[in-house]
Design a protein around this ligand. Sequence first.
Ligand code: HEC
Length: 210
Amino acid sequence: MNAETETGVCPLTRRWYSQGLTLYVVATIALTVAIGGAACQSKPAATEPVADLFRTTSSVREVMQAIVAPSAQGLWDSVGRISNSKGTVDLAPRTDAEWAAVRRHAVTLMESSNLLLIRGRHVAPEGATTLKADDADPGAELQPAEIERRINANWPRWTAMAVALHGAGTAMLQTIDAKDAAALETTGSELDGICENCHLAFWYPPKPAR
Ligand code: HEC
């Protein structure tokens, strides 16, 4: 290069020369550590931010309507007792095909919980208003924007509730694999409580007593 650059570099080079041995040793250690470290990093999560791969196109409301609620309903409807003018019938899956059908609901429900764990999903579609709930205190339902604020502010609580949903789905799946209709019904009531817990925490918290 030109003289100017060389004179600029010279003092530095001289200084580095005096520290050459130290640098060499440090560099060798750093390189060894780097190679060793790279060899240990077999998990893709370390190199690729997994969260960036998700597309949160549907809102929580739509995930509830399209995936969570229908699969839960399919499970609840598969067992129980119905009484009408013709008498009483105890419902339960009986054939392999019926058990396979409820199993599909359990898998869907279980995995739907993972959709709730993806950050940045909106609560409702753009411009949607508050959703009325049959079992809420009149007017207790929060605006989607407020629900979203609470989810972000209480993320560990939200995730714990989604994980609880996964747990309930897993418990139901086990009763299905054991073809145990009575246990399927019991775990179904527990599931109901898990839905309600989250709705009470984030969607329609009870109004404080006056
Ligand atoms: C982790 C929290 C969470 C869990 C668990 C949860 N929900 Fe929801 N759900 C919500 C939130 C938040 C809303 C309100 C969204 C809104 O304002 O639209 C909602 C809304 C709904 C809706 C409203 C849809 C409508 O059109 O009226 C239904 C139905 C629903 N949930 C069913 C269920 C069922 C069934 C379960 C359990 C099997 C369940 N949810 C579990 C958070 C949860």
